[in-house]
Write a protein that binds this ligand. Structure first.
Ligand code: ADP
Length: 474
């Protein structure tokens, strides 16, 4: 008979391989801050792209008037309008509509796509005269914030060429074309010259902008959803090769931190395998350890190895466990949320996703532990990324020194980190691990000055608020 390893022994070793002690987190934060600086100084040459957004202002809360946002980032297209009432009125009213994009449009011509988007926008604008919204003349300009969550080579605040379509879109004749111009000309051809795309942004920027509207201490926007990314407020003079057109001294940088990697990251056999079998091996490693698209798959790979080497699910390896992505992050988070002594929910998910109907409590405990290890690692690494950004913008005083000496900096400015995405919003244990790690890294004094905050739906409202801020700023 084959010598099998004890599952708990395997688990102990795996936990060690995934460990993220505070020293490792601090090194990771420092490496992130250093790479950010290098990315800024060497545009496009480093792992962190540090993309300029060309924004010269963010919402102040004083904006007034009627503004629009359009959001293209997946299989639905969303249009939204907000009526802003200034400092006291704030968001007086908002309305949105979502339309599914027909499959033939997602894989058709660029003209068909932008005509479809323009038609949806014009139809939505035509229903503007409802209670609570300002009645604009037909020929008055409507400013639109455009959230576009695909890789784009941005060259101005309202100009950017699509690099590649992802997420099921395949419109080859538009690669390399300016998405704003295409939308703008489709609108013009349909007789709507008065709808004007004021800015092109991604979801992290929308998240930051929405939070900033309510709280001027917001300096960082983070997405923890299918993938992960962050942006932050940078000094304009820290960005070489660009100067603001106004007297603005700030801008926003899109870090594209999913592509971060450092050799001290706890990278295991499961990460190696996932990366090798992915569509983009050797890229987006940080995202592959954190993103909702991947964490469940990492858990599956660990359980598969345990099934093979420790007989975790009996003498046979369950067939379903060999299928990539048979276990998803929502499964993982549901199992991880099971605090019942018998772990019945864990048992039910194992039956559903892995196809093993009867499991012992000991097996269920092992599966729960694997979820815990992967969630804790992902959450703590996200915290290290955020602290890296805070370090870059000096929002944690001399963090590394103070952490070493135990001295505090009571002068530190208040900083808000705006976060959106299902991992932060719905995966409670992930969020708790992340926030605990931030406290651990920053210490009590700093932790008092840094707040993380859910900035829900920033990719919609945030873009409209940015359009408003830009029109107010002029
Ligand atoms: P986006 O695709 O815009 O990032 P979300 O922020 O909703 O959208 O993130 C979706 C991702 O979050 C999916 O990968 C999914 O696996 C994961 N997810 C959704 N619900 C949960 C949940 N309750 N717990 C953990 N992960 C979840």
């Amino acid at each position: 008979m084959r010598n099998v390893m004890d599952p708990n022994e395997f688990l102990r070793e795996f936990r060690k391989a995934c460990a993220t002690p505070v020293t490792l987190l601090r090194q990771t934060a420092q490496a992130m801050a250093t790479e950010m600086q290098e990315g800024l100084e060497n545009p496009g040459q480093r792992r962190l792209k540090m993309l300029p957004t060309y924004l010269e202002c963010l919402p102040s809360g004083n904006e007034k008037g009627l503004y629009y946002a359009v959001d293209l980032g997946g299989t639905n297209f969303r249009v939204l309008r907000v009526q802003l009432g200034g400092k006291d009125g704030r968001i007086l009213k908002q309305e949105s509509e979502q339309v599914p994009i027909p499959h033939e449009v997602m894989t058709g011509t660029s003209k068909a796509l932008f005509d479809f988007l323009a038609e949806t926008i014009i139809h939505f604008i035509s229903k503007e005269a409802t209670l609570g919204f300002e009645c604009l003349n037909l020929n008055q300009q409507r400013d639109i914030g455009f959230t576009f969550s695909f890789p784009v080579n941005q060259t101005k605040v309202n100009q950017g060429a699509i690099v590649a379509w992802t997420k099921g879109f395949n419109i080859t004749d538009s690669v390399g074309e300016d998405v704003v111009e295409q939308l703008q000309s489709a609108l013009a051809e349909m007789g709507s010259e008065h709808a004007k795309v004021a800015c092109l942004v991604n979801d992290t920027v929308g998240t930051l902008a929405q939070c900033k509207y309510w709280n001027q201490d917001a300096m960082v926007g983070v997405i923890l959803g299918t993938g992960t990314n962050a942006c932050y407020v940078e000094r304009a003079d820290a960005v070489p090769c660009w100067s603001p057109s106004t007297k603005s001294d700030m801008t926003v940088i899109n870090v594209e931190w999913g592509n971060f990697f450092s050799k001290n990251l706890p990278w295991t056999f499961a990460d190696e395998g996932l990366d090798k079998d992915s569509l983009n091996p050797g890229r987006q490693e940080f995202e592959k350890m954190i993103g909702g698209m991947y964490m469940g798959e990492i858990v599956r790979r660990v359980l598969l190895k345990m099934a093979e080497e420790t007989g975790l699910f009996g003498p046979e390896v369950p067939e379903k466990l060999t299928e990539s992505f048979s276990l998803l992050t929502p499964h993982m988070s549901t199992m991880h949320g099971d605090d019942s002594p018998g772990l019945q929910v864990v048992g039910a998910i194992i039956a559903e996703a892995i196809g093993v109907k009867d499991t012992t409590l000991a097996t269920r405990k092992v599966v729960y532990e694997v979820c815990d290890i992967i969630a804790e690692r992902g959450a703590r690494l996200s915290a290290a990324g955020i602290v890296g950004i805070l370090k870059k913008i000096n929002r944690c005083g001399d963090l590394m020194n103070s952490c070493l000496t135990g001295q505090s900096n009571t002068q530190a400015k208040k900083t808000v980190v705006a976060i959106d995405g299902s991992l932060y919003e719905k995966y409670t244990k992930f969020r708790n691990y992340m926030e605990d790690a931030m406290k651990e890294m920053l210490g009590d004094d700093y932790a008092d000055n840094v707040t993380t905050m859910l900035s829900k739906d920033g990719s919609g409202v945030g873009a409209a608020l940015l359009a408003a801020a830009m029109s107010t700023d002029q």
